[in-house]
Design a binder for this molecule. Structure first.
Ligand code: NAD
Ligand code: IPM
Ligand code: MN
Length: 352
């Protein structure tokens, strides 16, 4: 039996609540359908860990993590400690340090899920966002001066490299080729130099290698409108870090709930482990109530199985989630029901 080493970081808030169900479902699927074992290494890195040790992870944390085949991540962020620490000393550095430059985020309107838009049939919305995940507007370049004074100033520079634009655009075109062969490149080319000067230029070069893919640029503000007005017009969307972040919450909302939105942070070279996490955060407003929807985390674990080459179990995770949603008997409050996190996790595990 092949053994895959998985680091599990539940993190804060609903993170640990949902990630337990994701681990459980993935373990059952891998054993049953791919004869594979997942060896979980639960790491307590979180805001609580920070409060005890003064850091989000141990000094050798990055070396520890690097020894795993993949990372399953819940969420970080806590009302009582700044995101400057929680998010910026664990999550964002991980994406950069491990060069997880592809942030793949699917949005699919499942059968049995109410769409907030009128007259959308199941499957009518089927989008994958390829979000650049290591640079762009999130580059930690800048600073703050004269803090608290009248002349206070904060500067953050977007960093776009030709290599960074090219590799995410190519990854997105490759994905489009395997799907409905349509790609939309999101920019703010009417106002921002990195869009008009570099991203669009690289897009023009890369698209020549994919004549079989219908591709077009779209301004981010218009894209936000179209995601609501005609989401069926999108197949693969490729976007910079910030635009991809915003558009994926929107895509999650139009497909029913952020509680269904999964994501993969992939290092395609496999030099470092890739990381799999729900799109949502730690949700302090519902923490401890036992009502968080675990499906986003479970679907993220499915993306992890796929990345590990366990294609059958990955498909079974997705199929089981689809079956539970279609059946409709078990629904957490975000989907209009009264079920608990555990009810939902149990339903998926039973369906597997
Ligand atoms: P959030 O995603 O945590 O919550 C937004 C809303 O969605 C809330 O009303 C919440 O209850 C709801 N929600 C989220 N996940 C849900 C689920 N699985 N089931 C049902 N409802 C769900 O975003 P936020 O409130 O803006 O952020 C809270 C904290 O999480 C902040 O500190 C933020 O920085 C952090 N955050 C972390 C990550 C991450 O670790 N990957 C992602 C996003 C936000
Ligand atoms: C996400 C989150 C993060 C991001 C935050 C916590 C920095 O919103 O994963 O979507 O913007 O990437
Ligand atoms: Mn986000």
């Amino acid at each position: 039996m092949a053994v895959h080493k998985i680091a599990v970081i539940g993190g804060d808030g609903i993170g640990p609540e949902v990630i337990d169900h994701a681990s459980r479902a993935a373990q059952k699927a891998a054993a049953k359908f791919d004869n594979a074992e997942l060896a979980f290494n639960k790491l307590p890195w979180s805001t609580d860990y920070y409060k005890q040790h003064g850091r989000m992870m141990p000094v050798d944390g990055w070396e520890v993590l690097a020894k795993h085949d993949a990372i399953l991540f819940g969420a970080v962020g806590s009302p009582d400690v700044s995101d400057k620490i929680t998010v910026n000393e664990l999550l964002l550095p991980m994406r950069r340090k491990y060069d997880q430059y592809v942030n793949l985020r699917p949005s699919y309107l499942f059968h049995g899920v109410d769409c907030p838009l009128k007259n959308k049939a199941p499957g009518a919305i089927d989008i994958v966002v390829y979000r650049e995940n290591t640079e762009g507007e999130y580059a930690p370049v800048g600073g703050q001066l004269y803090v608290g004074m009248e002349q206070e100033i904060a500067v953050q520079t977007g960093v776009f490299t030709r290599k960074g634009c090219e590799r995410i655009l190519r990854a997105a075109f490759e994905a489009a080729r395997k799907r409905r062969k349509k790609l939309t490149s999101i920019t703010k080319s009417n106002a921002q130099v990195f869009s008009m000067g570099l991203w669009d230029d690289v897009f023009a070069v890369v698209r020549k290698d994919y004549p079989d893919v219908e591709s077009a640029p779209l301004l981010v503000d218009a894209a936000a409108m179209d995601l609501v007005r005609k989401p069926e017009s999108f197949d693969v969307i490729v976007a910079s870090n910030l635009f991809g972040d915003i558009l994926t919450d929107l895509a999650a909302a139009v497909t029913g709930s952020i509680g269904l939105a999964s994501s993969a942070n992939i290092n395609p070279t496999k030099q470092f482990p890739s990381m799999f996490e729900p799109v949502h955060g730690s949700a302090p407003d519902i923490t401890g109530k036992g009502i968080a929807n675990p499906l986003a985390a479970i679907l993220s674990a499915g993306l992890m199985l796929d990345h590990l080459g366990l294609a059958k179990s990955a498909k079974m995770i997705r199929d089981s989630v689809a079956e539970v949603l279609k059946d409709g008997k078990v629904r957490t409050p975000d989907l209009g029901g009264k079920a608990t996190t555990t009810d939902m996790g149990d339903a998926v595990v039973a369906a597997l």
